[in-house]
Design a protein around this ligand. Structure first.
Ligand SMILES: *Cc1c(COP(=O)(O)O)cnc(C)c1O
Length: 416
C-alpha cells in the first residue's frame, strides 16, 4: 500500500497526473458510451461548471448558515413536483442519487407501516426488474423482499404481485420505466394494489422522471405513472441522469408532508446540538444541488423537450437498426430511451462476444443477463453517432458470429 508523500506537489503537477489517470476511462464526450454520463451539450456544461465553481465548498448540512441551499432545494424539488403533477401538499428533498432516494422511500414506508399500522415485520413487494437499490434498502432496513416475476413483455406481473401483498406489506414498487429493458410497469394497477392494504406505492422514475414528462409533451403515448395516479405515495427522479446535471443529485418526492415526515431523523439530545437530517447524509455538498438548479434553469421546459426529442430519435433509430440486423433482437417493447439488445436463439451470436468487439471499437455497453444482452441508456450524449454505431454493429456481428467469450460476467456496479 502506498503512503501519502511527505511533501506536497504543485497544482500543475497534481492536475497533470489526474489528467493522465483518466486516459483509460470511457470517452463519453465522443458519444460512444451508452450510459453513466449524460451530456446536455456545451452550454449545459458551461452553466454546470460555473455553478460548481460557486458552490464547490458550500455545505447543506446547515441551511441556516447556507440559506441559499435551502432555497435551491425548495425550488428544485418544487419544479420537479410540478413536472410530476404534484399538488401543494407534495414535499421532498434532494439526495445524492437514485439509490439514496430509494433508500429514503423504503425507510419512510417502513416507518409509516410501523407508526400507522403497527407492522413489526415489514415486507416490500417488487418485480425482478425493480432496481437493485430496493434490495439494498430492504437489506439495510430489515424488510423481507417478495419478488415477483415479469410477464413476457418484461413488465411487472401484477397478478403475481397481488399474491404477495398481505397485512405486512409496507411498500409496493413500480418502475417508470424499469432499467433492464426500459419498459414501464402498470403503475395504475400497482398503486391500487398498494392502496388495497394501506401500503406505500413507490414509483421508481429515476430513469424516467426527466424523460416521460417531456415525451408526453412531444405527443408520445405515456401511460399514467405520476402523482395523477391515485395511490402513488412516493416518486424518485434523478436529475443526474436525463436531467443532465452532473453526478450527485436526485429528488425524492412524497405525496404529503406527513409521508415525508417518516423519512426524516430529528434528534435533540446531543452535546453537539440539534440534529435534523432529511436523508442519509450528514455533511452535504452544495455543489450538485447548485448544479441541478443551474442546469434546470438554463434548460427550462423547452430545453428538456428538445433534449428528449433528440434522445427518442436516437433510441428509435438504434432499435430499428438493431432489429434490421439478422440474428439480433431488442428485448421488450420499450418506447423510451433504454435499449436491451440480445441475440436470436440459434443465430450463433454471443451477446457478450459482441460487446467485446464493440468495446474494441470504443462503444461501451453494460452487460446484463438472463438472457445475455447488452444494455444501452440512450440520451442526447449519443446524438450524431447512431448511424456509425449501426455500421460498426453490423461489422462486429459478422466478425464474432460463431465465436464465444469465456467471460460470462455481467456489469452494472462494482466495489473497487
Ligand atoms: C439509475 C437508477 C437507479 C439508481 O440510481 P443511482 O443514481 O445510480 O443511485 C434506480 N432505479 C433506476 C430505474 C435507475 O435507472
Amino acid at each position: 500500500m502506498d503512503a501519502l508523500g511527505q511533501q506536497g506537489r504543485s497544482v500543475d503537477d497534481v492536475i497533470a497526473d489526474l489528467t493522465e489517470k483518466r486516459a483509460n476511462d470511457v470517452r463519453w464526450s465522443d458519444g460512444k458510451t451508452f450510459g453513466m454520463v449524460y451530456d446536455g451539450g456545451p452550454s449545459v456544461h458551461a452553466v454546470a461548471e460555473e455553478a460548481a465553481r460557486l458552490y464547490l465548498h458550500e455545505n447543506a448540512l446547515n441551511t441556516q448558515a447556507f440559506p441559499s441551499l435551502a432555497a435551491i432545494q425548495r425550488e428544485v424539488v418544487g419544479w420537479t413536483a410540478s413536472l410530476l403533477h404534484g399538488d401543494d401538499d407534495v414535499a421532498g428533498f434532494l439526495t445524492s442519487g437514485g439509490t439514496e432516494s430509494i433508500l429514503c422511500a423504503v425507510l419512510a414506508a417502513r416507518e409509516r407501516a410501523s407508526a400507522e399500522r403497527g407492522i413489526t415485520e415489514p415486507e416490500i413487494v417488487l418485480a425482478e426488474t425493480a432496481h437493485a437499490a430496493f434490495h439494498k434498502a430492504a437489506h439495510n432496513f430489515g424488510l423481507t423482499v417478495r419478488k415477483a416475476p415479469v410477464r413476457p413483455d418484461f413488465t411487472a406481473d401484477v397478478d403475481a404481485m397481488a399474491q404477495m401483498v398481505n397485512e405486512n406489506t409496507a411498500i409496493v414498487v413500480g418502475s417508470a420505466p424499469q432499467y433492464p429493458q426500459g419498459v414501464q410497469d402498470d403503475i395504475v394497477a400497482i398503486a391500487a394494489l398498494a392502496a388495497s392494504v394501506g401500503a406505500n406505492c413507490h414509483v421508481d422514475a429515476c430513469m424516467g422522471g426527466f424523460v416521460l414528462p417531456f415525451a408526453e409533451r412531444l405527443g408520445r403515448d405515456v401511460t399514467p405513472w405520476d402523482f395523477r395516479v391515485d395511490g402513488v405515495t412516493t416518486i424518485s427522479a434523478d436529475i443526474h441522469k436525463l436531467g443532465y446535471a452532473p453526478k450527485g443529485v436526485s429528488v425524492i418526492l412524497h405525496r404529503t408532508k406527513q409521508s415525508r415526515s417518516y423519512q426524516t431523523f430529528v434528534f435533540d439530545d446531543w452535546l453537539g446540538g440539534f440534529y435534523a437530517s432529511p436523508n442519509m447524509q450528514g455533511t452535504r455538498s452544495g455543489l450538485p444541488m447548485a448544479c441541478a438548479w443551474a442546469v434546470m434553469q438554463h434548460l427550462g421546459i423547452d430545453g428538456y423537450v428538445e433534449l428528449t426529442r433528440q434522445t427518442l430519435i436516437n433510441a428509435d433509430r438504434m432499435r430499428a437498426g438493431i432489429m434490421a440486423i439478422d440474428g439480433l433482437r431488442v428485448l421488450g417493447d420499450g418506447q423510451f430511451h433504454l435499449v436491451a439488445m440480445a441475440a436470436e436463439e440459434g443465430s450463433g451470436i454471443d451477446a457478450f462476444a459482441l460487446g467485446d468487439a464493440l468495446l474494441k471499437r470504443g462503444w461501451y455497453h453494460d452487460r446484463q443477463a438472463p438472457p445475455d444482452n447488452l444494455h444501452s441508456t440512450v440520451s442526447n450524449t449519443n446524438t450524431g453517432v447512431i448511424d456509425d454505431y449501426l455500421v460498426d454493429l453490423e461489422e462486429c456481428v459478422a466478425e464474432i458470429t460463431g465465436t464465444t467469450t469465456d467471460d460470462r460476467s455481467t456489469t452494472y456496479a462494482t466495489l473497487e
